[in-house]
Write a protein that binds this ligand. Structure first.
Ligand SMILES: C[S@@+](CC[C@H](N)C(=O)[O-])C[C@H]1O[C@@H](n2cnc3c(N)ncnc32)[C@H](O)[C@@H]1O
Length: 311
């Protein structure tokens, strides 16, 4: 499994934010190449860590890489949308810290056969968990015009969502969408994208949107954060790294909602809700990569880390 690699982003900030301590228990919900997990395991004595990933290939590679930590490292194939399942697990239902480094790994992006990239041609798959029934090509070939427009608009924030969706519906009558170069070529042709030379040209946004839909990434994040809060001990910390504004907004809102002391209407003179804050926000603003990291790892450019502590 030597071909699976991923440079962990915001590594120092993650350790500083989680503050792992000797004998503590931690869950890494997105094991990937095992980079952050290995840093957490190294950060203090006798740390116990459970690493999760929904991708079997990532899990196998990380297991091999982290086997040197013996019983201090455990792993499980689980989508963090189902993190609440750990409530029943006495070993992992009260932990000191939880990390989510969401999205795809460098391996996903570099492996054409997984369909996440259009740098090389490959099948339009995009499933992180290959047990999922619906692939990107199925969505492109079967979803309605309205459904496709919504995907490109909501998940890709594309101004030309309708135009692209309409072109897909017209094209698929002639030839089904099976390969990444078909979608990338079409997005490039039909979107009069003034961003072509910027970081996010139309094909990039279209691929991002479709990937989010295939893996229901936002739904998983919402359920995952709620369950993570339940699994933390008081004083335990949740650290979330996101890579685009949709996710970052969700993390910010989740932390804000948990940190609110009183949600009575402003015109009520005395608090009647009796609510007290459930979390303390540690990072008022998201932490981002510094210049050294940006030079070494271009992927870090979009990464934002937010940390909050359970009260
Ligand atoms: C950005 S990579 C994590 C890299 C890792 N932090 C490291 O240092 O190597 C994200 C990983 O999380 C996995 N993943 C994404 N969404 C997931 C989910 N909802 N449940 C479980 N794993 C998920 C992906 O398969 C991928 O391997």
């Amino acid at each position: 499994m030597k071909d699976f690699y991923h440079i962990p982003v915001l590594a120092e900030q993650v350790i500083h934010g989680l503050q792992p301590h000797a004998g503590g228990k931690y869950i890494d919900c997105t094991l990937g190449g095992g980079g952050h997990s290995s840093l957490i395991l190294e950060s203090a004595k006798d740390i116990q860590l459970l690493g999760l990933d929904c991708d079997d290939k990532a899990l196998r590679a990380a297991k091999e890489r982290l086997s040197k930590y013996g019983e201090n490292f455990q792993s499980k194939r689980l989508n963090f949308r189902d993190l609440k399942d750990l409530k029943k697990d006495e070993c992992w239902n009260q932990v000191d810290g939880i990390l989510m480094d969401i999205g795809v790994s460098s391996h996903h992006l570099d492996e054409a056969s997984r369909g996440f990239t259009y740098r090389e041609n490959g099948p339009l798959d995009m499933r992180m968990d290959r047990r999922l029934k619906v692939t990107a090509s199925m969505i492109l070939n079967k979803e309605s015009l309205e459904g496709l427009t919504k995907i490109f608009r909501d998940y890709g924030e594309m101004k030309e969502a309708y135009r692209l969706a309409k072109a897909i519906v017209a094209d698929r009558d002639k030839e089904l969408f099976t390969h990444t170069e078909q979608l990338a070529g079409l997005a490039d042709r039909v979107c009069v994208n003034r961003n072509r030379r910027k970081r996010n040209p139309a094909p990039t946004l279209a691929f991002q949107a479709l990937r989010i839909a295939v893996n229901d990434e936002l739904g998983a994040l919402e359920s995952g954060m709620a369950a993570a809060f339940d699994l933390l001990k008081p004083g335990g910390r949740l650290a979330v790294i996101s890579f685009h504004s949709l996710e970052d907004r969700m993390v910010k809102e989740f932390f804000k909602e948990k940190a609110v002391a009183c949600d009575c209407p402003p015109d009520i003179p005395v608090c009647v809700c009796g609510r007290s804050p459930q979390m303390k926000i540690i990072t008022r603003k998201p932490l981002t990569a510094e210049s050294g990291e940006l030079e070494e790892n271009t992927r870090s450019a979009c990464a934002k880390l937010r940390v909050a502590e359970k009260i």
